[in-house]
Design a protein around this ligand. Sequence first.
Ligand SMILES: Nc1ncnc2c1ncn2[C@@H]1O[C@H](COP(=O)(O)OP(=O)(O)OP(=O)(O)O)[C@@H](O)[C@H]1O
Length: 225
Amino acid sequence: MDGLKVENLSKSYLNRVIFEQVNLTIDSGQMVAVMGKSGAGKSTLLNIVAGLEKASDGVYHYLSQNMSDKSLSQLAKMRGRHMGYISQQSPMVPKLTVKENILVPYWFGKRDKTESVYMDHLQVLSEWFELKNLLDAPISQLSGGERQRVGIIRALLRQPQLVVADEPTAALDATTAHLVTNCFTELKQDGKIILIATHNREVAAKCDRVYELHSDGLIPVALTV
Ligand SMILES: Nc1ncnc2c1ncn2[C@@H]1O[C@H](COP(=O)(O)OP(=O)(O)OP(=O)(O)O)[C@@H](O)[C@H]1O
C-alpha cells in the first residue's frame, strides 16, 4: 500500500492528553485537511506523521512500513527520502542564498536522481511560486511569505510521495495561497498524498476530505465556504 494509514494514534505530554483515537487513511492521489482550534494538536499530529516525534500510542503505516516501530533517526531517513515536510516556519540557513537554502536537503540527502533532474525541478518550482528572480538573493532579505514559499519548494524538490504541510499558506495573501493549493492539486492528480493542517477554509475546501481534530479523534466536516 502506497498510502498512509493511521490507527488509534494518541499523544500525551506528561499526563496531559492532547488527542487520542485518531484514525485516518489517505490513499495515493488524495488531499486531506485537518482543521481544529488552536492547541488542538494539528502540528503535533503532522509532526508524528512526518516522523519528527513519536506518538504515545497507536500505529501508522506508510509505504507498507510500520512507522511506529522505527527510531527517530530511521524516521528522519524515511522523511528525507519519501516525504516533503513543510513546517509553519521553515528553518533557513541565514548566510545562504535562496537557491542554496532550497538545495540543503539535496546536498545532504540520498540522491536518487541525476543532478539535472533536481535543477530542472528547482526551476519549475521557483517559476510556479514566483521566486525565480530571487534565487540568488540572500535568504535574510526575503519577506515572511517569500520564505514560506522557499520552504515549500525545498520540501517538494525531491518529488516526495507524501507531502505533510503545516499551515502552508499562513503567511500568504489569497492570490499566493492559490499558487500553493493549485500546486498541491496537481501533485495529488499525479498520485501524491497531501496532508495539510490549516485554519484556512478556502485551502481546506480544495481538499478531498476535511476533518476537525478533537481530543477524542478526527471528526469529518462538510465545509461551506
Ligand atoms: N513538547 C511539548 N511539550 C508539552 N506540550 C506540548 C509540546 N508540544 C506541543 N505541546 C502542547 O500540545 C498542544 C497542541 O499543540 P499543537 O502545536 O500541536 O497545536 P495546533 O493545533 O497545531 O495549534 P495552532 O493551530 O495554534 O498551531 C498545545 O497545547 C501545546 O502547548
